[in-house]
Design a protein around this ligand. Structure first.
Ligand code: PEP
Length: 251
């Protein structure tokens, strides 16, 4: 079970350090649940410091696929490693929607992250229009297939997939537990097809989209839901800790 908080473009430097401290305190012992927080780039170093001595890992929200060089404004995998990142969120729907991120970019980023021993949290998911047109499996299949193209993986812990239906992100609408389970089982079958049965069985597939303490139990109790990627609720230490506690009770 993995619960990761995506803080998006929220918190300034002192606010991020404070939130990280509050998360560590609110969590107590997360038991077998792996926990990560993904603050904005400028706060990664400070949050890494605030997490020291706890089991909470650090993640970034994006990165560039090149090693380095003339890419103004970008951040590389090696830079993320140097500030203590374990995870990096890739292909978030907000990156795809607002910043023109394509499946090809996501694939290059996944391969670059793996080459630098970062664990990519690859986000996939359909829009409302695509679901209403009955296209959700087709869309998700394309995203998963292209994200893992040419990826060589020997350890399932090196890759995480997050199913985030776009219509459920930040909207208060959540996929029903049955809808989540159905898509997660489908994603696992796709991963088995592309990466092999053994790896697929052990890759964490997270659900993301308005997960909060009130619905976490039901979602996390689904067989193929191995955790959550949490946006809004991860900005309140108490709510985030309650979701981790729900994960703990399901582990
Ligand atoms: C997200 O953006 O990854 C997300 C799941 O957001 P929220 O929980 O706010 O819907």
């Amino acid at each position: 079970m993995l619960i990761a908080g995506n803080w998006k473009m929220n918190t300034d430097l002192p606010g991020a350090a404070k939130l990280a401290e509050e998360v560590v305190e609110a969590l107590g012992d997360p038991g077998p649940v792996q926990v990560a927080v993904c603050p904005p780039f400028v706060s990664l170093d400070a949050v890494f410091g605030a997490l020291r001595g706890s089991s909470v890992k650090l993640g970034a929200q994006d990165m560039h696929f090149e090693e380095g060089g003339a890419y103004t404004g970008e951040v590389s995998a090696a830079m993320l490693r140097s500030v203590g990142c374990t995870y990096v969120i890739l292909g978030h729907s907000e990156r795809r929607q607002y910043f023109g991120e394509t499946d090809e970019h996501v694939n290059k980023k996944v391969r670059q992250a793996l080459a630098h021993e970062l664990v990519p949290i690859v986000c996939v998911g359909e829009t409302l229009k695509e679901r209403e047109a009955g296209q959700e499996r087709h869309v998700v299949k394309g995203q998963v297939e292209r994200a893992v193209e040419s990826v060589v993986l020997s350890d399932p812990a090196r890759l995480v997939v997050a199913y985030e239906p776009v219509w459920a992100i930040g909207t208060g609408k959540t996929a029903s537990p049955a809808q989540a389970q159905e898509m997660h089982a489908y994603i696992r079958r796709l991963l088995a097809e592309f990466l092999g049965e053994h790896l697929a069985g052990n890759i964490h597939i997270l659900y993301g989209g308005s997960m909060k303490p009130a619905n976490a139990d039901e979602l996390l109790s689904q067989k193929d839901v191995d955790g959550g990627l949490i946006g809004g609720a991860s900005l309140q230490a108490g709510a985030f800790a309650a979701i981790v506690a729900a994960g703990k009770s399901q582990s």
